[in-house]
Structures are given as C-alpha cells and as structure tokens.
Ligand binder design. Structure first.
Ligand code: FA5
Ligand code: MG
Length: 371
C-alpha cells in the first residue's frame, strides 16, 4: 500500500539512512530488507538473541506460536543473526510483528518494526571519527553497567554516541527540532548497555524504540566475532502517530477506508500531513457532472462544496475531465463523499445536501448540470 502512512514513514526512514550513511564512493552502506516472512523459528526469535530459557517473553501467553518449532516473529530482531551471517555489516529490516499484547491507544497485537544493525571492524571505528592512536575495540576486561567484558570503553563510547545521535537526528528529521525526547536505560538480552527512546506525544512520554550495543556472544555465534556494533528496533505505528497526529493505533487498520487513506495520498513521502479524524459511520458517495463555463476554476468548486456542505463533506475528487469535440465544451465529473462524524447520514439527508451543492454551483459558478 503505497500511500499508507506506515509506508510514507518507511520511505522517510530509508531515505534518512541512505543519505546519512555513505561510503567513499558515495553509495549507501545500509541495505534494506522488507519482505522476509514473519514465520520464524523459536531459535531465530529467542535463542539466536540469547533470550534465556525462562524469560517471560517465551511464555505461550506472550507470543503467537504455530507449533513447537515455528512462531510469528515478536520482533524484527529475529533476523539479526541470519543477516549478519551472510556477511552484511549494515542493514535495515522492515516487517510486521506479532505479540499477545494488551490493546489500547498505543498497543496492538500486530504492529510494525524497523530493525537497524551497524557493525565495525577494528580500526574502522576510530578512523571514521578521525581518532588516531593505539586504540583497540576489544580487551579482556570486566562487565559493568556501561560495557561488556570484551569491549574497550573507548569503542563503546563511540558506538553509543553514533547510535544515539543517529536516532535522535532521525527524530529531528521526522518531527522537527522542537520534538521532546528522553533516553531511558533499558534491558535486552541481546544488547548491553541498552536504552529506550521516548518522545512527548499528547502530553505524555511514548516509548518509540529500543536499542543498544550488540552482545558480542551473538556476533561471535553469527560468524562476526571480529566486529563490534549497535542495533535498534523502532515501533513504526508509534512514530507515525506522532508524525501525523494520529491519536490511536487502531486507526492504521482503516486501509479500506478512503476517508483515512486519501489523507496520505502524496507523491513526496516527506510532505507534512496532519491527520483529521475520520468518522466511523458509513460514507454516502455521489457523483456530480456539469458543463464548464469560461473562467471556471476547480478550486472555486471545492470552496463552494465546503461552504454549502460543511463538515458532512469528507472528500471531493475530480474523477473525469471530458471534452465534447462537436459541442466544443468541457465537462467535469466529481465524486463527493458525505459522512457525518456523529451519526449515520441517511440517504434523504445526503440527497438534500447534494442537491443544494448542485444548485449553488449552477447559480454561483454558472455551470450547467448534466444530471
Ligand atoms: C524490541 O522489540 C527489541 N527487539 C528492540 C531492540 C532491537 C532492542 C535491537 C535492541 C536492539 P520492544 O519490545 O521494546 O523491543 O519493542 C520496540 C518498540 O516496538 C517499542 O519501543 C514500541 O515502540 C513498539 N511496540 C512494542 N509493543 C508494541 C505494541 N503492542 N503495539 C505497538 N507498538 C509496540
Ligand atoms: Mg520496550
């Protein structure tokens, strides 16, 4: 669905990573995976990510299991290990994920995530930051709150800085500089240290992503033990709620409702859009066609429809532009969608408004109705 808000958001996220992570030849370093099957093994979803045998997320009541071996992925992190094993060092994964979670304005059992992983080899990390000197990424040290035993604190500092600034700048790029954000310490079995980013939405803090420095044991098991890296998982619905002022996560399921979808029908995915609430009552769809007069302007007609129809008009759209060669006249056909926010609009009520609009158009714009 090209114009679904989640797709507009996805295109903006991809553009951001393509633009901000380029190699010396000026090519994007991230590759994008968006059609990996959501059916994964328990191994992919849990074991490959070092999730302990007794972790709550493994409970039958938490996930959608297909049988003892397969399940619907509970996060896009399920694909980290396999993609790393193919030799990639920078990738994004977009996908639908499934959890037996509560349902409220910001939780739904099916939602979408974007995973990001970036790995670095030895000196690559330091030279990228123009740091010279005898710095290492690995040591045989201690685990503490800020790092894993095998990581040097210099390497972790650089990774943490790059990870957090990448995600903060993504938030600024999407929402503008005045978005309020805060970092919260978190725990994931597959990263250490770990954080979550919250943003202000409708007066409250909303958690939009989890991230951290990848567990070295995971990388070693995936054949990348010589590298070090960061990873994140974004909640796409929550970011889109803030981006388009969509108050409730359940609205994303209205993809069969033109009142919802037509609001996101833009060419450039970064076009600013402010969502207007859509009625949950049925639409009444009418057509109107008329011969045009000299000086006719489509926008005058749209204004007139809004003035006469008021809030009951949900959409107006030009559906046909016809030229009659013998009569040498143009005619337009418009589809007008009527829908009331607070009740089901009857056929009679819609008829009356439609007729008023037709009469006003012929009187004020001089058009000739072709009923
Ligand atoms: C994860 O899923 C981790 N895999 C993220 C991660 C990736 C951490 C890589 C470290 C490294 P979490 O369960 O917090 O983390 O979910 C991530 C985001 O998904 C949340 O911040 C939230 O924005 C979104 N999310 C979680 N549950 C729901 C839900 N039920 N409905 C809508 N969005 C949700
Ligand atoms: Mg979380």
């Amino acid at each position: 669905m090209k114009h679904h808000p989640l797709n507009l958001l996805k295109r903006q996220i991809v553009d951001y990573f393509y633009k901000n992570f380029i190699n010396r030849q000026k090519n994007p370093v991230f590759s994008v995976y968006d059609s990996i099957s959501p059916v994964v093994t328990l191994h992919q979803n849990f074991d490959s990510l070092l999730v302990p045998e007794d972790h709550v997320s493994r409970k039958l009541s938490e996930s959608f299991y297909l049988n003892s071996e397969y399940m619907l992925r509970a996060h896009t992190s399920s694909h980290q290990s396999d993609l790393i094993r193919t030799g990639l060092n920078a990738f994004l994964v977009f996908g639908d994920v499934y959890r037996r979670d509560t349902i409220d304005s910001s939780h739904y059992p099916i939602f979408h995530q974007a995973e990001g992983v970036r790995l670095y080899r030895g000196q690559e990390l330091f030279s990228k930051m123009n740091i010279t000197g005898d710095y290492q990424i690995f040591e045989n040290g201690e685990k503490n709150e800020t790092k894993q035993p095998l990581h040097t604190k210099e390497a972790v500092m650089i990774l943490e800085h790059e990870l957090k600034s990448t995600l903060e700048n993504l938030a600024f790029e999407l929402f503008g500089k005045d978005v309020e954000t805060q970092w919260v310490d978190a725990y994931f079995p597959f990263t250490h240290p770990s954080w979550e980013l919250e943003i202000k939405f409708q007066g409250e803090w909303l958690e939009v992503l989890g991230c951290g420095i990848m567990e070295q044991e995971l990388l070693t098991a995936a054949g990348a033990g010589d590298q070090i890296g960061w990873a994140f998982g974004l909640g796409l619905e929550r970011l889109a709620m803030r981006l388009y002022s969509i108050p409730d996560i359940r609205q994303f399921w209205r993809y069969n409702d033109s009142g919802f979808m037509s609001q996101f029908d833009v060419k450039d995915p970064s076009t600013p859009i402010k969502y207007k609430e859509v009625s949950s009552y049925p639409q009444r769809i009418y057509n109107m066609s008329f011969w045009l007069t000299d000086g006719y302007s489509e926008n005058d007609f749209y204004d007139l429809v809004r003035n006469v129809g008021g809030d009951v008009v949900e959409q107006v759209r030009l559906t046909d532009d016809f030229y009659h060669p013998k009569m040498k006249r143009h005619s337009h056909c418009y589809e007008i969608v009527y829908r009331d926010m607070s009740k089901s609009l009857s056929k009679e009520e819609a008829n009356i408004i439609h007729k008023q609009i037709g009469e006003a158009a012929s009187k004020e714009l001089g058009v000739e109705n072709r009923w």
